[in-house]
Write a protein that binds this ligand. Structure first.
Ligand SMILES: NC(=O)c1ccc[n+]([C@@H]2O[C@H](COP(=O)([O-])OP(=O)(O)OC[C@H]3O[C@@H](n4cnc5c(N)ncnc54)[C@H](OP(=O)(O)O)[C@@H]3O)[C@@H](O)[C@H]2O)c1
Length: 331
């Protein structure tokens, strides 16, 4: 089969002919129709990720058709159109993942290939209203957004919610899920056009985080935020503490802008803020996300589509950060 292989840190991802995976009795072989990139793939290529292993076929997102099933598999059949949950072996505690936890696409080979093998328990029927490309956009970023927004921030109808860096893959889904909950959603971005596009897609307004006093403008216009979903962290995080309402919740799932060096303790404790970290999600949350996508007939925003043999360009596009929405790969 053809697969995009990464052989080491700072190497390009190259298309090669490799052996088709062999499945065991509880696994499924999926013929991948589409996959999608996450920032994780770029961090791995740059060597900025734990547990590196080479050569590796990256790719955590995938949708396709079941090609072969193991003897003991009961929940899926050959020919079924499926979406893959990339979050494996979360464990029994809904509050935190177990030591057994892993993400598809490192250490196990992922979806930037014609075929991927997956334990059958992580394969779900593709929502009918989504194309394969649309379905492939959701898994990792959607699940991260679902847990951060719905489980952790517990966003409710009519609350004011701020989603930062709306150009990001996770951020877009956080906005979409918070709107589906009936919240008043605002965004931040470095790009005026992305703010306008977010407003067209249902956001109530937006603020440019490059503008020094955006926090003051945001507080004046909205009265502050009950919940904030952030993937950047960094020294800009201090402004999120400013714009949070008293008793507000701030959930962050990423650190694109680096460490937070400047939190003022008194602001956090006097305002009775809750600051929470969030990572990926369980299969229960993946199922709840699929239910929400189907109930509201949600569709993702796809920024770019690349052929598998152009995948290195997809990595460079994500690294530059010019995208708005997901970067999808056609297999
Ligand atoms: N914990 C988890 O489970 C998990 C899962 C997925 C991702 N992540 C992490 O979350 C982060 C985002 O991931 P992604 O895949 O959504 O990446 P992405 O699509 O590459 O997100 C990039 C976006 O980040 C925004 N951004 C950059 N600097 C910012 C800043 N200083 N303040 C606010 N926003 C800023 C930009 O938004 P604008 O273009 O609008 O300015 C940019 O478009 C990454 O660090 C990733 O590693 C964590």
């Amino acid at each position: 089969m053809k697969a995009a292989v990464l052989k080491g840190v700072h190497q390009p991802v190259v298309l090669e002919e490799v052996n088709k995976p062999e499945i065991s009795s509880d696994e499924v072989l999926v013929a991948v129709k589409n996959s999608a990139l996450n920032h994780r793939d770029v961090w791995i290529q740059k060597g900025q990720y734990a547990g590196l292993k080479f050569p590796i076929i990256l790719g955590s997102d995938g949708a396709g058709i079941v090609y072969e099933i193991g003897n003991e598999v009961k929940n899926v059949s050959v020919g079924q159109e499926v979406i893959i949950c990339p979050s494996w072996y979360w464990g029994d505690n809904p509050k935190v993942q177990a030591k057994t936890y892993k993400i598809l696409g490192l250490p196990d080979n992922g979806t930037f290939a014609e075929f991927v093998k997956v334990p059958a328990e992580f394969v779900y029927t593709k929502p009918k209203h989504l194309s394969f490309a649309q379905a492939a956009a959701y898994p990792l970023a959607g699940l991260t957004a679902y847990r951060a927004t719905i489980t952790r921030a517990n966003v409710q109808k009519d609350e004011n919610v701020l989603v930062t860096g709306i150009g990001g893959g996770v951020a877009f889904f956080a906005m979409q899920f918070a709107i589906a909950q009936g919240a008043n959603v605002y965004v931040t971005s470095s790009d005026e056009q992305k703010i306008q596009k977010a407003i067209e897609l249902g956001a109530k307004g937006g603020f440019n985080y490059k503008q020094g006093d955006w926090d003051k403008i945001a507080t004046q216009q909205t009265g502050g935020f009950d919940a904030i979903i952030d993937g950047a962290a960094g020294d800009g995080f201090i402004k999120l503490i400013e714009v949070a309402k008293p008793a507000g919740r701030i959930v962050f799932y990423g650190g694109t802008a680096g460490n937070i060096n400047n939190i003022l303790p008194a602001k956090v404790f006097w305002k009775q803020l809750t600051i929470m970290g969030s990572t990926m999600g369980s299969t229960t949350e993946f199922e709840a996300m699929l239910a929400m996508i189907e109930k509201h007939a949600l569709i993702p925003l796809i920024s770019h589509e690349f052929e598998l043999n152009d995948i290195q360009k997809a990595f460079e596009t994500m690294d530059k950060g010019n995208q708005f929405g997901k970067i999808v790969v056609r297999i």
